[in-house]
Design a protein around this ligand. Sequence first.
Ligand code: NAP
Ligand code: MN
Length: 275
Amino acid sequence: MKYNVVHRGDDISKQLMQTFHRLVQQHGLIHDEEAPDIVLSIGGDGTLLHAFHQYKEQLETIAFVGIHTGRLGFFADWKPDEVELLADMMGESAVVNDLRVVKYPLVEIQITTAQGIETQLALNEFTLKGVDATLMAQLHINDELLETFRGDGICISTPMGSTAYNKSLGGAIVHPSLDAIQIAEIASINNRVFRTLGSPIILPKHHHCDIYPRANQNILLSLDHVYVQRNDILSIRSMVAAGKKVKFARFRQFPFWNRVREAFIGYEPINENRP
Ligand code: NAP
Ligand code: MN
């Protein structure tokens, strides 16, 4: 089994990486940056986003796993003092050649410009905002006009991303076993002229959403942690990525709802009010 490590760059993460190299190489794992089977991210959720984009052309063959250093990670769910345990478990799966993985949906966007169509993937979300004025855009679902949006922007997230930006926007947390994307508004203006739904909506796979920004707007587009400014966008289609998922190596059980509790409520479940 081949592996690579992507880290945040701080001293603690670098030290952990050294320890990890030593431990897994004792188990016979091979360090390979080009074509790893496992990519370990050491840092935060942001570090895992970097790792994902670095390897997004190889999603079929790569499984991700994360150790968080510093803050509590949502994707990065192993603690630094568990590095030895993680290395042992990886060593065992390498021996029996049985890497358990979970697969989670991604959002695909197709950006149409006068030049053609570009396709991009996001693990958390993509957002669209105005740069020098509010965003004005028509939002179509399955080729029918839903609303004319005006406001700060629009966020379209995956279930894994539903706990990130989407959550700050009042979106729902969506279990990643659902093949769905969520559309959440970022500060929409509502009056007689511009009227939006107001609530986040969730689309199943095979549905698509097209956003047509008003012509010649300067637009800030984000894909996870990457921001780019554009003024050539005619429309953006988003949907659950067809046939492309991200894989996470599952060396132990850590149910999504436990992850949600630990990240947002705290470590200790309080049972005082339970009858
Ligand atoms: P950042 O500004 O350092 O990260 C924002 C926070 O979101 C960090 O605490 C990060 O955790 C956490 N996070 C990332 N993905 C998450 C997930 N799936 N579930 C729960 N928390 C998550 O920027 P970054 O580290 O490069 O991450 C980019 C992400 O930031 C974007 O994809 C977007 O979701 C999020 N963001 C949120 C807001 C907002 O909530 N108002 C605004 C812009 C962007 P770590 O500290 O472990 O990295
Ligand atoms: Mn971060």
